[in-house]
Every structure is written in structure tokens, then in C-alpha cells.
Design a protein around this ligand. Structure first.
Ligand code: SF4
Length: 454
């Protein structure tokens, strides 16, 4: 989105203001205090841009009104008006302005002498927030004198499974949101007045952090807003250790134990046959194996060379490491179980062997979800990111170069573009370290459960 003067609104800044007036103000007047974008967030942003470009193929032969630089938005508005006058019927990044508010719409198409506005989203469904931002677009486009006959969201179709070349008509769905947009017009007019007042404030509005900081999107000023806030000791309940329930859980485990974790990559636009938008494709696993109680723990792992080779090798190596007997301990069983089921669809000749793996899965999250083992330091959560530091404070993800699954996924996906061999080696080592810690953490957590049983 082009940059605007500090006192103007755009579609993005309007949406920031709808989420939180302070976010809008900080974005305009103190952008330097914004949180750094993580690898995972940058990848999501890039995927959105790529999907937008691809959707243009649904309406080919258009003219592009994108600004040459972020400062040329006035040129974009002028180009759009000129293209309309010249009789072009498809315009990409068409820009409009009305009373200091600038909006660009991904694709404008003239059909039967009337214009239809298409906004492209890389999501697989129409979210309420899309209706809100399209309502602002409708306001600006129509108030600037262009009559619309429809306004629609172009989004990805999650039922599309790629076979051969991309089928653009099947990949995208088009949903008209005309009625919802018309209904929101009074709200838009009132909100514009309110947000323009925010832009005249000399200092940021005094707004406390709350649920709105993550709704509808994670705000990028959380670091700034949370500075100086005293973190109170969590008080989420009492210590609870249910010995009988823990004994029952441990009694289900059969040696050898395999502590297992997967990492996956995903692409908005499926790149290979059998893939669908945002399919989670496994590329890495870590397994710690303990042959019998008190035996030394061995480590095995696998990291695919690249996305194209990730499934077959992954499945083969996994089956070889896990053998045919023993419990396979995971944290949050649904994720691994679903990935294994998907591998069965890819490789039906391995169905029996892969199904056996699923039958052997045991969820280490269970005792924590049911609060059979609970410490206040878990802060009401049973996520491994909270359970681990509560039980094993010496183990932490903080020192790792890669310390969350979202970053691991996008770093692996982008590794194919990295030409520096030393850098590739370094990144692959960091990926292995991260995934390895996930399963080592499970080894230590089970140790802690056993300690409580004496
Ligand atoms: S972190 Fe929360 S309170 Fe602070 S600007 Fe963002 S949304 Fe507003």
C-alpha cells in the first residue's frame, strides 16, 4: 500500500484504526517502535502478494496502475482515471481517492458497462474483516464517482487438489459480498470521522492491552505497549498432582519409547500434485528413542533436502526409525496423526505400516490438558511452551536461532533460494537443533512425571 501523509487514511490504516486507535496512531507517528517481523510473518505476507499476482490470471490482459514507488500514489489514482477514460476493461491495483482517503483495489473489471471490484485474499474463506475493508473500498470508489455493480472477494478454494498444471478456475473461488458491504456503509462513514480525529491527536490514545491486540490480527506494537507493564505472578490455580491418573498414563507406555515430532511446510498455492492450498507437508522429524527404562536415549532425525522431495523420503525414513513395536510419544496427537493419514493417501502401498504407526501414538499432552499434573507456572496452559519451563526450567528455546514452528516452516521453504552453501549448512543445523529440542523436551517431561511416581 502506498505511503500517505500522516493525516490521511488508507485501507490498511483504516483497518488498524478499527482494531485499535492506538495502533493507527503509532503506525502513523511512531513507526520506529514497531516489532520486528518474524520469518513466519514475512512468509505469510509474501504469500499474500504472490496470490494477488496469480489471481490476475483470472482476468487477463489488464493494465497495471500500481505505483512505481511507495510515494507515487497520486500517480496511481491519475493512471486509474486515465485507464478508465481510455476504455480499458481490466485494471490491476486500481487506486481511488476521496476526501483524503486512498484505496487501491486488486482488480477492477468492466462487465456490461459497469464496474465490478475484486479484492484478492490468500485465505480460504471470507472473513468478517475482509468485508469491513471492502466496505471502505466501496465507500471510496463510489464516492469518487465510479458506480459499482458488484464487489467480491477472490480467495483460495481449499477443496482444490492439484493434478498437473494449476487450474486457475478451480484454485480460486469468487464470493460476492455486495449485501454485507452495503449494510456497513453507515458504520464506515462514522468510523472515518472517528479515525480522522485520532490522526489529529498530539499523543497516542491511552488504550490498555487486551484481547483486541490479537483480533483480528496480532498487532505489531505489542513489544512497545507491553514495555513497563509489571508482569504479575500467575495465579491460575493450585498445584495438582494426581498420582493415580499419572500412574495409569505411564502404565500405557510400551518400551521401546519413541519421542517424535514433525515439522511441516505449507504453501498457499499448491506446488505439487496431490497438494491443496495450505497443505501441511512434513519435511523434518526428530525421534529420541529409549529402549527400556533408564536406558541411554538415542537420537535420530531427518531433514529433507527440499520441499519437492519431502514426503516420500520422510515416510520411508520415519518407518525405518520407528520399527514395529513400542509407544510413539508425541505432544498434541492430532497434528502427527493427521500428517500420517495424509501420507497414506500419498502412498497407499504403505497403508498398513503407516496405520500401525498411528495406532502406537500416545499423547504426552494428556496429563497436562486434564490437569492431572498442574503447576501454577504453567499459567493455565498445557502447551509444551509453558509446560516445559514449568517442569524443566533449565531447558529453553530462547537461545535457539529458530525457536518456533512457524519460523522453521518458512525458513525451510525459503532455503531453496539460498545460494551460499555455508549459510545453508548453518540453517539446516539450526532446524535440526530446534526439532531435536522438541523431542528432548518430551523425554525430560516424562522423566518429571516418573519422578512424581517415585
Ligand atoms: S498492542 Fe494492543 S493496545 Fe497496543 S497498539 Fe496494538 S492493539 Fe493497541
Amino acid at each position: 500500500m502506498p505511503l500517505l501523509s500522516k493525516h490521511q487514511l488508507s485501507k490498511s490504516t483504516f483497518m488498524y484504526g478499527c482494531q485499535c486507535p492506538k495502533r493507527l496512531w503509532l503506525h502513523k507517528f511512531m513507526p520506529q517502535v514497531r516489532d520486528e517481523m518474524s520469518e513466519g510473518q514475512a512468509a505469510i505476507f509474501q504469500q499474500g502478494t504472490d496470490v494477488g499476482m496469480l489471481a490476475r490470471e483470472l482476468f487477463p490482459g489488464g493494465v497495471d496502475a500500481s505505483p512505481a514507488t511507495n510515494y507515487d500514489y497520486q500517480q496511481s489514482v491519475a493512471d486509474t482515471a486515465r485507464y478508465m477514460q481510455e476504455g480499458h476493461s481490466v485494471i490491476y491495483e486500481a487506486a481511488f481517492q476521496f476526501e483524503g482517503i486512498l484505496c487501491a483495489i486488486d482488480i477492477m473489471v468492466k462487465q456490461n458497462e459497469k464496474w465490478v471490484a475484486y479484492e484478492v485474499k490468500s485465505s480460504t474463506k471470507v472473513k468478517p474483516t475482509f468485508v469491513q475493508d471492502a466496505s471502505l473500498q466501496y465507500h471510496v470508489i463510489t464516492q469518487s464517482g465510479i458506480a459499482l455493480s458488484d464487489i467480491a472477494i477472490v480467495h483460495l478454494n481449499n477443496e482444490y487438489v492439484r493434478q498437473g498444471p494449476l487450474d486457475m478456475q478451480a484454485l480460486f473461488s469468487i464470493s460476492s459480498i455486495w449485501n454485507e458491504v452495503i449494510e456497513l456503509q453507515d458504520f464506515i462513514t462514522e468510523k472515518i470521522v472517528e479515525l480522522k480525529k485520532v490522526l489529529k491527536l498530539k499523543k497516542a490514545p491511552d488504550i490498555e492491552m487486551g484481547a483486541h491486540c490479537n483480533n483480528p490480527y496480532a498487532c505489531d506494537f505489542m513489544g512497545f505497549c507491553s514495555e513497563g507493564i509489571e508482569v504479575e505472578e500467575p495465579d491460575y490455580g493450585e498445584v495438582n498432582i494426581d498420582q493415580d491418573a499419572l500412574k495409569e498414563f505411564v502404565g500405557e507406555l510400551e518400551y521401546p519409547l519413541y519421542f517424535m515430532d514433525f515439522e511441516t511446510w505449507m504453501a498457499a498455492v499448491p506446488e505439487y500434485d496431490g497438494h491443496w492450498p495450505y497443505r501441511s507437508v512434513p519435511f523434518q522429524f526428530s525421534v529420541h528413542k529409549q529402549a527400556h527404562p533408564n536406558a541411554a536415549v538415542e537420537h535420530f532425525d531427518y531433514l529433507a533436502e527440499g520441499p519437492e522431495s519431502s514426503q516420500r523420503d520422510f515416510a520411508e525414513q520415519l518407518m525405518a526409525v520407528l520399527g514395529e513395536q513400542g509407544s510413539i510419544v508425541v505432544y498434541n496427537i492430532g497434528f502427527e496423526k493427521t500428517r500420517i493419514r495424509e501420507l497414506i493417501c500419498d502412498f497407499p502401498h504403505w497403508e498398513d505400516a503407516l496405520n500401525t504407526l498411528n495406532d502406537r501414538l500416545v499423547d504426552l499432552m494428556r496429563p497436562f490438558r486434564s490437569k492431572h499434573y498442574y503447576l501454577p507456572e504453567m499459567q493455565g496452559s498445557y502447551s509444551i511452551k509453558k509446560v516445559l519451563p514449568a517442569l524443566v526450567p533449565s531447558l529453553s528455546y530462547e537461545h535457539l536461532t529458530i525457536n518456533n514452528g512457524g519460523d522453521a516452516s518458512s525458513i525451510f521453504y525459503n532455503l531453496r533460494k539460498e545460494e551460499d552453501a555455508a549459510k545453508v549448512k548453518e540453517i539446516r543445523a539450526a532446524l535440526r537443533e530446534y526439532c531435536g529440542l522438541d523431542t528432548w523436551a518430551m523425554v525430560k517431561i516424562l522423566e518429571k512425571i516418573n519422578e512424581k511416581l517415585g
